[in-house]
Design a binder for this molecule. Sequence first.
Ligand code: BES
Ligand code: ZN
Length: 463
Amino acid sequence: MAKSARVEETLSYIEQHRSRFEEEWSELLRLPSVSADPAYEKDVHAAAEWLLEKFKRIGLEAEFLPHERHPIVFAESPRIPGAPTVLVYGHYDVQPPDPLDQWITPPFEPTRRNGNMYARGATDDKGQMLTQVFSTEAWLATGQSLPINVKYLIEGEEEVGSEHLDAAVEKFRDRLACDCVVISDTCQFAPGQPAITYGLRGIAYYELQVTGPNQDLHSGSFGGAVANPAWVVMRLLADLADDQGRITIPGFYDDVEPLRDEERAQFQNLGFDDRQFCEQLGVPDVHGEAGYTTLERRWARPSYDVNGMWGGYQGEGAKTVIPATAGAKFSFRLVPHQDPTKITVALREHLEKQCPPGVRLELREWHGAPGFVLPLDSPYMSAAKRAIAHGFDKEPVLIREGGSIPVVTTLCETLGADALLLGWGLHDDNPHSPNEKFSLHDFYRGIRTSAVLWREMASGNSA
Ligand code: BES
Ligand code: ZN
């Protein structure tokens, strides 16, 4: 059968099965697979089981790869000798849904509204990951063999730093062997303007606990006499950045490479509008390190954020108290070449030096991952461009993103593979926030692009 006839059949299967795809996507979204909270352990497993069964139903060999914590789902298509092999990486775990009172419809009751699917995980990453599964189903269900070999590695710990995955990739490197890793867990540059992401930032995530007196104290009797842990947390955190938005930990910038003029010009050419960005977020102005544009600060410069803080009285009215303890969760986004382990050593030393006497300080490292920039000369890059141009009716732009996908560097280095980060999300999809959504239009554009991608990757540079 002619090449185009085969892909046409696949694409028409996708059109015919829309409502079932949405039903299945909803089934997975109903499972609250929150990896950060042990209370959801069973649901995380249920999501893994759901995927395992799905892979088997569409004709792949699938199993859990034995490993430390939440299951890794592995699946592979019937082997076609001589064809390239793609490893689709994705995650079925999601971020905690709080604050619950800000959701218009409950986070684990997927709801279609205004052309979007609303639910925790709708885009990040259940919806996006499924686009890469339904495309394979469409090829196989139309009685055709896939044009390439497709393997899947779908994990349940991405949102907590993929702590155990590096070891598993090493252990199962032969099973995972591939030419190219494909990931749909990023965004378009703008609605209808698709993108290929060639760089992500890394991360170093911490929890700080400061403890003072053995119990809460009357702030009149003791104020001025003992250090207040909440004040110490505030001071330590505030002092981690200066007025120019630069991080003050000695050595923090040692491995940061300056942005190349050429790349700065490329970012500039994308036509990013600060005012529109502020309007979308409801903020009066942008903020961050002096001397860099907003895109540069989001994509290619380190940043520092407090993710949560606690300590002292938070109830109704006023209470005069010195809390016995206070703490915070905070993180740094890192750029390529910064090593999270080195950052931890420098941070610990710095905080211990800055901490006033009279309190005890405890620093816990939650997770760390390096940032990366992918080479742009992969032969699969042009296949991806063609597939996206087909699925979105628009040529993709090349971008970097500020988020992190911890395992990418390990996958590329251990498997000696290229990687393609092809995301269909939008920047107002609210991942990690209330009312997460994914546009149905983008869901289908993603499935179609993925279906065409399998063909384009098979045909190398020639199609
Ligand atoms: N899908 C995101 C990664 C992402 C975010 C890509 C924004 C592009 C733009 C991913 O699931 C994620 O949120 N990762 C975490 C990793 C962390 C917990 C180690 C992140 O970036 O916070
Ligand atoms: Zn994600």
